[in-house]
Design a protein around this ligand. Sequence first.
Ligand SMILES: [Zn+2]
Length: 710
Amino acid sequence: MRVTEPGIDNELAEKIALKIYQQTDKNTEQVSVEGIQDSIEKDLMMSSRKDVAKEFIKYRQKRTEERLKQSELFKIGEGIISGENEEVTKENANLNGESFSGKMNRFGSEYSKMYARNVILPKRLVKAIDEGYVYVHDLDHYAVGTHNCLFIPFEKLLANGFYVSDKGSVRTPNSIMTAMAQVAIIFQCQQNSQFGGCGAAKFDWDLAPYVTKSFRKHFRKGQMYFGETYADVKDSELYIDNNCLLQAFPKSYTYAREETEIETKQAAESMIHNLNTMASRAGGQVPFTSITFGLCTSTEGRMVSNAILEASMKGLGHSETAIFPQLIFQCKQGINQSEKEPNYDLFLKAIECSSKRLFPNFVNVDADFNLQYYDPADSDTAIATMGCRTRVISNRFGKAYQSGRGNISFNSINLTKLGIEYGIVNGRTEPDIDEFWDKLDEVLDITLDGLLHRYDIQGNQPAKASDFMMQNGSWIDGEKLKPNQKVKDLLKMGSISIGFVGLAECLKALFGKHHGEDEDVWDFGKGLIQYIRSYCDRKSDEYDMNITCFATPAESLAGNFAKVLQKQYGKIEGVTNRDYLTNSFHIPVYYDIAAYKKIDLEAPFHKLTNAGHISYVELDGNARNNQEAFKRIVQYALSKNMGYFSINHPVDKCMTCNFDGVINNDCPLCGEDNENNISRIRRVTGYLVGNLNRFNAAKRAEEQDRVRHT
Ligand SMILES: [Zn+2]
C-alpha cells in the first residue's frame, strides 16, 4: 500500500468503509466495483485528505488500464493496429486489412461480433460454436440484422430509374453506355444494404433494350448524315433484327449497327473497370458482383454477352485479370451447346475467356433440378447463381424466379467434428453410426434455431435500414413499404440455408477412407447429405419458409474449424493434419484423381444442395492453350447433371514485363523473382482473389495442396 506524506488516517478509512457497507446493505441491486470506487473517490474528495483522493484516482486509472489490457477486445485492437494478427487482418481475402479503412472495418466488425456473441445469440448456439459444431457466417452483421445476398432486378431499376437515398434520383438511361454506368452505380448502392454478394440473374436480357436505344440514336444520326430521310420510320421499328431497315436505309443501318457494337464494347469495358475500382464497400472493398448471361439470342442481347466476354479477356488497365464481376455463363441445349445453335459462338468465347481469365464459370440450365423451373417465356426462370455459388430459385410463395430475391443467411455444420466423435479414429473398431445420427439431429436443430432467431432480428428491421434496397424495390416489392415498416413479410421470399463443411474428413474419421477412395463410403456420404437436405425440406413445411441445403463456400471457415479440431483432438492423419477442412462435399484437393472421375463423384451432390454448389477441377498452366480439352471437360460436367462448374488453373502475371502465363519462382521472360512484382490470381470460394499474399494461412495451405487433375 502506498502512503502519502501526511500518513495513514485509520479513522477516515473506517468511516468511509462503514458508509459504503451501509449503502450497499440497503441496496437490493448488485453494486459494481466501479460504483464502490465512485463512492470512495467522492468521500475522499469531500474529506480533508485531498492528497489521498488524488492517489486513489491514479490507482484506479491504472487498475482499469490493466483490466482493459487483459480483455479480448483490447488484444484484438492491438492485433489490428500492428497488423500482426493474421486471422483478423486476413479474414477476408478481398479486404486489405493493413489499409486504414481496412483497420477501421476490422475494429467495427470485431466489436460487433463480440457483442452478438455475448448479448444476442441463443446460449445453446454459442456453446455449439465454441465446441466447434456450428459456424455462424458474417456474425458481425448478426446484431444489426443485415441480410446476405440478392439478385438485383436490373430490368426494373433501369426502366423505372432509381433513388439514391435522399441524395437524388436517376432517370432511365437512353443508351447502353449510360445503362452500364448505372449498373455499376446500382451494384455499389445495393451493396451497402447487405453483407454478401449482389448479382444479375439475366444480364443480357436486362441490358438488351439499351443496346436498342443506342442503335436508334445512331440510326437517326446516320439518316441525317447519309441523306436517308426519304421515308418515315417509327421508333418501334428501329431495332437491329428488323431486316427491312437494311434494305430501305442501307447506309444508316450499317453505320448504326457498327457504332452500336463499338459503344456496347466500350460500355462493358468501362463497367468492368468501375466494378474493380470503386472501393466503396466498408474496408476499401469493391462490391461483390456477379453477372449471369448467355441465353438471350437477339442481336442486342448477344452484343451484350459478347462485349462482356471481350472486355474480360482484354483485362484491366495493364491487362490484369479482372476480379469482378464474377461471370457465369448459362449453358442450355438448343441455345448454345452445339454447332448451329444460335449462341454456340458465345459458348466457345466463354470457354476461351475462362481458359485465359478463370471466368466465366458455367451454370447448367439443363440439369434436371434446374430445368424443372425453366420457362422459355420467362428469362428469370433460367438458373443463375451468385459469385459465391448461392442459388435461390424455388419458392413456397408462388412461381419460381430469381431477380428481387436472395439468401437471407446461412449457418454451417462441421461434419468432421461429428465424424471424429463417432468414428474409428477415436479408438473404436466400428463407427458408432446410431450415435452419429442422433448427434447430427441435435446439431441440425441448433443450427436451424440459430437461423430462425437471426431471421427474427432481420425481419424486424425497418425498411429504412436497407434504404436503397427497399426504396427502389431491388428486393421484391420493397418499394411498397413505408420507411418504418418492418421487412419480415418480404424477407420471407428469400431463403435461409444450412450449410456443411468437411464431408471428406468426416468420412475419413468415421471409416478410415473418404468418398473418393471407396464406393461404400461414397454411398454413406451421399446418404448423409441427402439426410440434411430432407431435414431442410421437412422444416420448410413446418415453418413455411424457404429452407435450403448449402454446399458452403468456406473461406475463413475451413481454417477456423480445422484449428478448433486440432486443439481438441491433435493432428489426426487425413482428418485434422492440415490447416483447413475440405470444402462442402468436395473430394480433397490433395487427392490424386482424374478430372472425369472427380466430376462423376461430385455431380450427384449438386442435386442435393439446393442452396448452391460448385465443383472444380484443377488443370495445369497449359489449360489456356488447349481450349478443345477445356470445352470437353465443361461439357462432360454438364452431361453429368452438375449444376455449376468451373476449371481452376494458374493465372500468373509478371508486373515488370507484363508476361502472362505460369510463373513458378521467376518470370520466364525477364527473370523477375520478387514475389511482390508477380500477381497470382486464384479462386477462393467461387470469387477470384487478386493476390496470393492476401490469403490467410489456411487458404495458402489449401492452395499449395491442390493437385492437378488429368
Ligand atoms: Zn517478367
